[in-house]
Design a protein around this ligand. Structure first.
Ligand code: C5P
Length: 208
Protein backbone atom coordinates (compact mmCIF):
# COMPACT_ATOMS: atom_id res chain seq x y z
CA UNK A 1 0.00 0.00 0.00
CA UNK A 2 1.38 3.47 -0.79
CA UNK A 3 2.09 5.83 2.08
CA UNK A 4 -0.74 8.26 2.23
CA UNK A 5 -1.49 11.37 4.26
CA UNK A 6 -5.02 11.83 5.57
CA UNK A 7 -5.78 15.37 6.78
CA UNK A 8 -8.74 15.77 9.13
CA UNK A 9 -9.97 19.17 10.31
CA UNK A 10 -12.97 20.45 12.19
CA UNK A 11 -14.15 22.20 15.34
CA UNK A 12 -13.76 20.85 18.89
CA UNK A 13 -15.71 17.68 19.76
CA UNK A 14 -16.82 17.13 16.16
CA UNK A 15 -15.76 13.48 16.38
CA UNK A 16 -12.57 13.96 14.36
CA UNK A 17 -10.27 12.39 16.98
CA UNK A 18 -12.26 9.17 17.23
CA UNK A 19 -12.49 9.02 13.46
CA UNK A 20 -8.78 9.73 12.98
CA UNK A 21 -7.77 6.96 15.39
CA UNK A 22 -10.00 4.45 13.63
CA UNK A 23 -8.73 5.39 10.18
CA UNK A 24 -5.14 5.13 11.38
CA UNK A 25 -5.76 1.65 12.69
CA UNK A 26 -7.70 0.47 9.64
CA UNK A 27 -5.18 1.79 7.11
CA UNK A 28 -2.13 1.02 9.24
CA UNK A 29 -0.90 4.62 9.48
CA UNK A 30 0.70 6.55 12.35
CA UNK A 31 -1.67 9.01 14.04
CA UNK A 32 -0.94 12.53 15.30
CA UNK A 33 -3.48 14.56 17.28
CA UNK A 34 -2.04 18.01 16.48
CA UNK A 35 -4.26 19.69 19.09
CA UNK A 36 -1.97 18.06 21.66
CA UNK A 37 0.96 20.13 20.39
CA UNK A 38 -0.90 23.36 21.12
CA UNK A 39 -2.10 21.96 24.44
CA UNK A 40 1.47 21.15 25.50
CA UNK A 41 2.64 24.65 24.60
CA UNK A 42 -0.30 26.18 26.53
CA UNK A 43 0.37 23.90 29.52
CA UNK A 44 4.07 24.79 29.55
CA UNK A 45 3.31 28.51 29.52
CA UNK A 46 0.90 28.04 32.47
CA UNK A 47 3.55 25.96 34.31
CA UNK A 48 5.91 28.91 33.96
CA UNK A 49 3.27 31.11 35.57
CA UNK A 50 2.94 32.97 32.27
CA UNK A 51 0.13 34.34 30.13
CA UNK A 52 -0.74 32.20 27.05
CA UNK A 53 -0.93 35.33 24.91
CA UNK A 54 2.69 36.21 25.75
CA UNK A 55 4.27 35.88 22.28
CA UNK A 56 7.90 35.50 23.40
CA UNK A 57 7.22 32.93 26.13
CA UNK A 58 4.77 30.86 24.05
CA UNK A 59 7.11 30.80 21.03
CA UNK A 60 10.03 29.73 23.21
CA UNK A 61 7.94 26.87 24.64
CA UNK A 62 6.85 25.82 21.13
CA UNK A 63 10.44 25.65 19.92
CA UNK A 64 11.48 23.48 22.87
CA UNK A 65 8.68 20.95 22.43
CA UNK A 66 9.64 17.26 22.42
CA UNK A 67 7.84 14.04 21.62
CA UNK A 68 7.60 12.93 25.25
CA UNK A 69 5.70 16.10 26.19
CA UNK A 70 2.70 14.72 24.28
CA UNK A 71 2.27 12.01 26.90
CA UNK A 72 1.54 14.37 29.79
CA UNK A 73 -1.70 13.46 31.53
CA UNK A 74 -2.91 16.98 32.33
CA UNK A 75 -3.64 18.33 28.87
CA UNK A 76 -7.44 18.04 28.73
CA UNK A 77 -8.66 20.54 31.27
CA UNK A 78 -10.77 23.65 30.52
CA UNK A 79 -7.81 25.81 31.56
CA UNK A 80 -5.59 24.11 28.97
CA UNK A 81 -8.38 24.30 26.33
CA UNK A 82 -8.23 28.08 26.63
CA UNK A 83 -4.44 28.30 26.86
CA UNK A 84 -4.07 26.10 23.75
CA UNK A 85 -6.45 28.28 21.77
CA UNK A 86 -4.58 31.43 22.87
CA UNK A 87 -1.09 30.16 21.95
CA UNK A 88 -2.50 28.78 18.67
CA UNK A 89 -3.29 32.30 17.48
CA UNK A 90 0.41 33.29 17.63
CA UNK A 91 2.07 32.90 14.19
CA UNK A 92 5.54 32.16 15.67
CA UNK A 93 4.07 29.29 17.71
CA UNK A 94 2.41 27.80 14.62
CA UNK A 95 5.61 28.16 12.60
CA UNK A 96 7.63 26.39 15.30
CA UNK A 97 5.25 23.41 15.23
CA UNK A 98 5.14 22.96 11.44
CA UNK A 99 8.31 20.89 11.07
CA UNK A 100 7.25 18.49 13.80
CA UNK A 101 3.93 17.87 12.03
CA UNK A 102 5.42 17.50 8.56
CA UNK A 103 8.24 15.17 9.61
CA UNK A 104 5.74 13.00 11.46
CA UNK A 105 4.34 11.80 8.11
CA UNK A 106 7.67 11.50 6.32
CA UNK A 107 8.43 7.80 6.69
CA UNK A 108 5.14 5.96 6.67
CA UNK A 109 2.45 8.54 5.82
CA UNK A 110 0.03 9.52 8.59
CA UNK A 111 -3.40 10.54 9.75
CA UNK A 112 -3.31 13.99 11.35
CA UNK A 113 -6.21 15.85 12.87
CA UNK A 114 -6.47 19.53 13.79
CA UNK A 115 -7.70 22.84 12.41
CA UNK A 116 -5.31 23.64 9.53
CA UNK A 117 -4.03 20.26 8.35
CA UNK A 118 -5.68 20.33 4.92
CA UNK A 119 -5.11 24.05 4.39
CA UNK A 120 -1.59 24.73 5.74
CA UNK A 121 0.25 21.69 7.11
CA UNK A 122 -0.52 19.26 4.25
CA UNK A 123 -2.21 21.14 1.41
CA UNK A 124 -1.20 18.20 -0.83
CA UNK A 125 -2.72 15.52 1.43
CA UNK A 126 -4.12 12.48 -0.41
CA UNK A 127 -7.43 12.72 1.43
CA UNK A 128 -8.90 15.74 3.21
CA UNK A 129 -11.88 15.44 5.49
CA UNK A 130 -13.75 18.25 7.25
CA UNK A 131 -15.74 16.96 10.19
CA UNK A 132 -18.57 19.00 11.67
CA UNK A 133 -21.51 18.58 14.04
CA UNK A 134 -23.99 21.04 15.53
CA UNK A 135 -22.89 22.98 18.61
CA UNK A 136 -25.50 21.28 20.82
CA UNK A 137 -24.39 17.79 19.77
CA UNK A 138 -20.72 18.66 20.27
CA UNK A 139 -21.41 20.19 23.68
CA UNK A 140 -23.34 17.10 24.81
CA UNK A 141 -20.43 14.87 23.77
CA UNK A 142 -17.79 16.97 25.48
CA UNK A 143 -19.98 17.24 28.61
CA UNK A 144 -20.30 13.43 28.81
CA UNK A 145 -16.53 13.01 28.36
CA UNK A 146 -15.71 15.53 31.10
CA UNK A 147 -18.29 14.04 33.47
CA UNK A 148 -16.88 10.54 32.87
CA UNK A 149 -13.50 11.91 34.00
CA UNK A 150 -15.17 13.12 37.20
CA UNK A 151 -15.19 16.84 36.35
CA UNK A 152 -17.75 19.10 38.03
CA UNK A 153 -19.07 20.91 34.96
CA UNK A 154 -22.44 22.00 33.59
CA UNK A 155 -23.64 21.47 30.03
CA UNK A 156 -24.13 25.24 29.68
CA UNK A 157 -20.54 26.00 30.67
CA UNK A 158 -19.15 23.34 28.31
CA UNK A 159 -21.25 24.70 25.44
CA UNK A 160 -20.20 28.30 26.12
CA UNK A 161 -16.52 27.27 26.22
CA UNK A 162 -16.81 25.35 22.94
CA UNK A 163 -18.58 28.23 21.21
CA UNK A 164 -15.95 30.72 22.38
CA UNK A 165 -13.05 28.50 21.30
CA UNK A 166 -14.59 27.80 17.87
CA UNK A 167 -15.17 31.49 17.32
CA UNK A 168 -11.54 32.27 18.23
CA UNK A 169 -10.25 29.43 16.00
CA UNK A 170 -12.41 30.54 13.04
CA UNK A 171 -11.71 34.26 13.21
CA UNK A 172 -7.98 34.39 14.02
CA UNK A 173 -5.66 35.76 11.34
CA UNK A 174 -3.13 32.89 11.52
CA UNK A 175 -4.34 29.61 9.97
CA UNK A 176 -8.04 30.00 10.85
CA UNK A 177 -10.25 26.94 11.04
CA UNK A 178 -11.91 26.45 7.65
CA UNK A 179 -12.43 23.58 5.22
CA UNK A 180 -9.91 23.19 2.39
CA UNK A 181 -11.59 23.65 -0.98
CA UNK A 182 -11.10 20.00 -1.84
CA UNK A 183 -12.11 18.61 1.58
CA UNK A 184 -14.94 16.08 1.84
CA UNK A 185 -17.37 17.19 4.52
CA UNK A 186 -18.89 14.78 6.99
CA UNK A 187 -21.52 16.04 9.45
CA UNK A 188 -21.57 13.70 12.45
CA UNK A 189 -24.57 15.32 14.21
CA UNK A 190 -26.77 12.35 13.35
CA UNK A 191 -24.05 9.74 12.69
CA UNK A 192 -22.62 7.29 15.18
CA UNK A 193 -18.88 6.50 15.11
CA UNK A 194 -19.37 3.47 12.83
CA UNK A 195 -21.29 5.41 10.19
CA UNK A 196 -18.81 8.29 10.28
CA UNK A 197 -15.98 5.80 9.86
CA UNK A 198 -17.70 4.09 6.91
CA UNK A 199 -18.18 7.42 5.11
CA UNK A 200 -14.57 8.44 5.71
CA UNK A 201 -13.09 5.04 4.80
CA UNK A 202 -14.96 5.26 1.52
CA UNK A 203 -13.11 8.47 0.61
CA UNK A 204 -9.79 6.95 1.64
CA UNK A 205 -10.36 3.82 -0.44
CA UNK A 206 -11.01 5.96 -3.50
CA UNK A 207 -7.62 7.62 -3.01
CA UNK A 208 -5.57 4.41 -2.70
O1 C5P B 1 -8.13 19.69 18.92
P1 C5P B 1 -8.00 20.31 20.28
O2 C5P B 1 -9.30 20.77 20.85
O3 C5P B 1 -7.22 19.46 21.23
O4 C5P B 1 -7.09 21.62 20.03
C1 C5P B 1 -6.85 22.58 21.05
C2 C5P B 1 -6.66 23.95 20.40
O5 C5P B 1 -5.46 23.94 19.63
C3 C5P B 1 -7.76 24.37 19.42
O6 C5P B 1 -8.81 25.07 20.05
C4 C5P B 1 -7.00 25.26 18.45
O7 C5P B 1 -6.97 26.59 18.89
C5 C5P B 1 -5.60 24.73 18.46
N1 C5P B 1 -5.26 23.94 17.27
C6 C5P B 1 -4.87 24.62 16.14
N2 C5P B 1 -4.46 23.94 15.03
C7 C5P B 1 -4.44 22.61 15.03
C8 C5P B 1 -4.87 21.87 16.17
C9 C5P B 1 -5.30 22.59 17.28
O8 C5P B 1 -4.90 25.84 16.11
N3 C5P B 1 -4.00 21.97 13.93
Amino acid sequence: MKHIVIAIDGPAASGKGTLARRLAEAFNLPYLDTGLLYRVVGRRVLDHGGDPSDVALASEQARGLGRLDLERGDLRTPEVDRAASAVASIPAVRAALLDFQRSFALHAGAVLDGRDIGTIVFPEADVKLYITASLTVRAARRFAERRALGAEVTLEAVQADLAARDEADRTRAAAPLRPAEDAHRIDTSALDANHAFAAAADWVNRAL
